[in-house]
Ligand binder design. Structure first.
Ligand code: IMP
Ligand code: MG
Length: 430
């Protein structure tokens, strides 16, 4: 069986934890998009691991992991990560493979990425890992793939600086290189987990362009970046947090108002007291949910769960079932709110209620969330071992989302540890 795990928001949904959990029943874990811009956190007992390039399944001693064709590989970051794992007692020998179609990130690209983003009138706020430039070079047909390391004419064409950079890595990269399509064909009777990075709203085509990353982070990317036909993907899981976060710039309709109001606001619908409570909520969630970037350390922007966006992610990824994470962050709240539509005031001054996620950045920037309130459960969810033990209020929040998105929530995560995962339906089952 082939299972895809994608992010249903703006990344950082907790995919790393879920992939780690599901990897127990997989033999091969494939990452299909992005590069060292990702940051996947996995907690096992007292140990915490932050992975950027290597699929999360690596922490199990017997799994094969593949860095897929849709990825962009920074050799420095890759070998640093492999060294880190070795130092921490994880033997990766003979288990890490790279698609020979994956592209290579050069130091030059990293420099250009930083300079170009800083020079933008409104920077995207990239992670500065050279991701967008590497994908641009790929689209321009000037990229360098792992397979090209053995192509003399291509190597001779490179700038001296690039050739000199690559030279010490050629042998080690070539040793890990595979033809991914045939490798997966030979392992077709294995359980394969396709691990997404970033999220639907950061997908180059489906996301809030141009405030996106440059890879195909949605489920369709698993087929192309995984070197497998789309009909061989059996099931798609979409991971989302009980609230929303976003790193970097770009529209975020349900974002909390973080600035404490002076009371002189002219907006009629935002009362000062409401603004200040959103500010408090934002700080509370950021600290409780540890909402700081794993790759860049930046504080993440936080907001209400955006069900308009989540339903769009379900639609565009053909999500079979949802995985909700970080629900425990809401344990202490009296009241919980989620965005169920956008209120947009048009040029004509008229207000429109929109329930479909628009492509227009102007519309998304103008959108104000229509919020629905839910009762809090005021109980520590990490004490629950099964869904039946959940308080009614938590079930009501979950079941509303299921109805709204017309998609079941089969897994709920209530803490960082592998143990703190409630399975309502095992995704590996038929
Ligand atoms: P890039 O991928 O470095 O080009 O960054 C483009 C945008 O995607 C920026 O807003 C980043 O903050 C965001 N981004 C990239 N990777 C991740 C991720 O793994 N989690 C969350 N945001 C990300
Ligand atoms: Mg992350």
């Amino acid at each position: 069986m082939n299972l895809v795990v994608t992010g249903a928001q703006w990344g950082d949904e907790g995919k790393g934890k879920i992939v780690d959990y599901l990897a127990k029943d997989a033999q091969i874990i494939v990452r299909f998009s992005g590069g060292a811009n990702a940051g996947h956190t996995i907690v096992i007992g007292d140990e915490q691991y932050a992975l950027h390039l290597i699929p999360s399944g690596i922490l199990y001693p017997d799994k094969f992991v593949i860095l897929g064709a849709g990825m962009v590989i920074d050799p420095v970051a890759l070998f640093k990560e492999l060294d880190m794992l070795k130092e921490r007692g994880i033997d990766t020998t003979g288990r890490v493979f790279i698609s020979d179609r994956a592209h290579i990130v050069l130091p030059r690209y990293i420099q250009i990425d930083k300079e170009r983003d800083a020079a933008r009138k409104t920077p995207i706020g990239t992670t500065g890992r050279g991701i967008g430039i590497t994908y641009s070079m790929k689209c321009d047909r000037d990229g360098i793939r792992i397979a090209d390391l053995g192509w003399k004419e291509k190597m001779d064409e490179l700038e001296d600086e690039d050739r000199a950079f690559l030279a010490p890595f050629v042998q080690r990269l070539s040793e890990m290189s595979i033809d991914q399509a045939y490798f997966l064909m030979h392992h077709r009777n294995s359980q394969i987990l396709f691990e997404g990075a970033q999220g639907t709203l950061l997908d180059l085509d489906l996301g809030t362009y141009p405030y996106v990353s440059s890879g195909m982070s949605s489920a369709a990317g698993a087929a192309i970046g995984g070197c497998i036909g789309p009909r061989r993907l059996d099931k798609v899981l979409g991971v989302f947090k009980a609230y929303s976060t976003r790193v970097g710039n770009g529209p975020f309709p349900s974002e909390f108002e973080e600035v404490v109001s002076t009371g002189s606001t002219t907006a009629t619908e935002v009362e000062p007291v409401e603004t200040s409570s959103e500010d408090a909520l934002c700080k509370y969630i950021r600290e409780t949910g540890r909402e700081y970037g794993v790759t860049t350390g930046r504080p993440r922007r936080c907001g209400y769960l955006d069900l308009v966006a989540l339903r769009y992610a379900c639609l565009t990824n053909s999500i079979d079932s949802l995985v909700m994470t970080h629900l425990d962050v809401y344990d202490t709240l009296d009241k919980i709110k989620a965005c169920i539509a956008y209120r947009i005031t048009g040029e004509d001054g008229k207000e429109h209620i929109i329930e479909e996620f628009p492509a227009s950045i102007a519309a998304l920037n103008a959108a104000k969330p229509v919020l629905r309130s839910f009762a809090g459960w005021k109980q520590n969810l990490s004490g629950c071992l099964t869904y039946d033990e959940f308080p009614t209020a938590a079930m009501e929040y979950i079941e509303f989302i299921e109805r709204f998105c017309e998609t079941p929530i089969d897994i709920v995560s209530v803490g960082y540890d592998r143990k703190e995962t409630i399975i309502r339906k095992n995704p590996w089952g038929k």
